[in-house]
Design a protein around this ligand. Structure first.
Ligand SMILES: N=C(N)NCCC[C@H](NC(=O)CCC(=O)O)C(=O)O
Length: 446
């Protein structure tokens, strides 16, 4: 039977903006209040989806969330018409208002953790939306994310959907950004690596001092239990607290895996040698490639600036692997020299493809942040909502939809404009029809 790893990329929403909301994420803070281009952002993301589909990959799309989040603003005590709520929030509580406007659902690596059917006790694909508790603006995402995932993977026989973990920092969960899976073939049982930043219930253990560790060990363990993973198929690895303090707010900013390749920076993990030995041991007697990048080759600072590790490593239909990298990697001397040499190092990675996703990069989201990986068998792929898969026709529809509905520019002032609310509701309502998702948004259900 055929098996695939399908990338489900987040479509950038019509109110994409830069608000400096993510303490610990250097790009987010340094671009606070820059003018954004929602249209360009959505087109950059869609172009990447189309390019992967043209490479012969199965490619999916996940709908964005509605922002401003008026339901949350009302829950926080702002009343009156939509315009009055936005006006009052902008005047009285600017930071709260900005948090309720974040378009951060575009980074679907943080949408959920996914375990393929080959790994789980009941033989279904398991999904747990991430609670994203560390950042208020992101903690607004999981309920609607859960609905979008259910509408995309809508078949109980093949797909199991869990509720997000309790909304508390003890169970802070950032989804697939802190999870990667090694395997021989996508359809064979794999080894799931959960990378956490701190122990929530044991303060004697190391933790970062400057920036927050968003993912806890206890959250990762809960996900493994929910998904029915056996201990032999799981490795828990602590992220090096020092790199979190240098701006590595998710593990996917410093490491990425695909099939039998783990590509990581020398400083990525705590107890690296012991953990690599555990991986080798649990992976079994199959070829396994650890590609370690030394600090002398690329510094942590350059890795954070260029997102060398927030690249997608994908296996092409030919069986060769290629790296999908942001153009920022090409523009940095150390990183581009490293990538130029990588294809000749005798690993499964044979080429590099660069993509311009600058609108996303300015908020600290690279190519890998923009996608949620879902390994599926052919039968499972047939059970996915077909309208969420990128075909030439669906690409054209989405491209036109962006042209018709997105603004070229957005500033902070625009976010309080009630016209923008009407515009984006019209757009999202149309999108749910294009993707046949049903009523996933609060404004469609109240
Ligand atoms: N590494 C992965 N997988 N995802 C990147 C997420 C970036 C996101 N940025 C933001 O939420 C910034 C929003 C703003 O500042 O406007 C975050 O920090 O959670």
């Amino acid at each position: 039977m055929k098996q695939y790893e399908v990338n489900f990329d987040g479509l950038v929403g019509p109110t994409h903006n830069y608000a400096g909301l993510s303490f610990g994420n250097v790009a987010s803070l340094s671009n606070a209040n820059a003018v954004s281009s929602p249209k360009q952002a959505a087109k950059q993301g869609l172009a990447k989806m189309k390019a992967l589909s043209d490479m012969g990959m199965q490619q999916g799309v996940l709908a964005p969330q509605e922002r401003p989040d008026l339901a949350t603003l009302r829950r926080l005590g702002f009343t009156g018409s939509d315009g009055a709520v936005l006006e009052a929030a902008a005047k009285q509580a600017r930071q709260v208002m900005l948090a309720c406007c974040s378009a951060s659902s575009m980074w679907t690596a943080n949408a959920a953790t996914v375990s393929p059917s080959a790994d789980t006790a009941d033989g279904r694909v398991h999904f747990t939306p991430a609670n994203l508790t560390n950042k208020f603006h992101r903690s607004l995402e999981p309920a609607v994310t859960g609905r979008i995932l259910k509408a995309t993977f809508d078949n109980d026989k093949y797909f199991a959907h869990h509720k997000h973990l309790p909304d508390n920092e003890h169970f802070g969960d950032e989804g697939a950004a802190n999870h990667t899976r090694l395997c021989t073939d996508y359809g064979h049982a794999g080894l799931e690596l959960f990378v956490y930043g701190r122990h929530a219930f044991d303060s004697s253990k190391p933790a970062p001092r400057k920036y927050p560790a968003r993912q806890t060990l206890e959250a990762s363990q809960a996900i493994a239990r929910l998904h029915g993973l056996s201990d032999e198929q799981v490795v828990y690895i602590q992220q090096n607290p020092d790199v979190i303090d240098q701006g590595v707010f998710h593990n996917d900013v410093i490491a990425v895996g695909n099939q039998n390749v783990l590509f990581y920076h020398e400083q990525a993990f705590a107890e690296t040698e012991a953990k690599l030995a555990e991986i080798r041991n649990k992976f079994g007697d199959h070829p396994l490639h650890f590609i370690e990048v030394k600090t002398s080759e690329v510094s942590v600072l350059d890795a954070v600036k260029t997102y060398l590790f927030n690249t997608q490593i994908i296996t092409l239909p030919s069986g060769d692997m290629t790296i999908i990298a942001p153009t920022e990697c090409q523009e940095n001397k150390a990183v581009s020299s490293y990538l130029d040499a990588l294809a000749d190092k005798g690993t499964p990675i044979k080429s590099v493809n660069y993509f311009d996703v600058k609108q996303s990069m300015r908020n600290g989201g690279g190519p890998a942040c923009l996608r949620l990986r879902v390994a599926l068998t052919e039968q499972e792929l047939d059970a996915v909502n077909p309208n969420t898969l990128i075909s030439d026709a669906q690409f054209d529809r989405l491209n036109k939809w962006i042209d018709n509905n997105y603004r070229d520019e957005l500033t902070e002032n625009d976010l309080r404009d009630p016209l923008l609310v009407t515009e984006s509701r019209t757009a999202l309502d149309e999108l749910t029809q294009i993707l046949k998702l049903g009523s996933v948004y609060p404004f469609q259900r109240d």
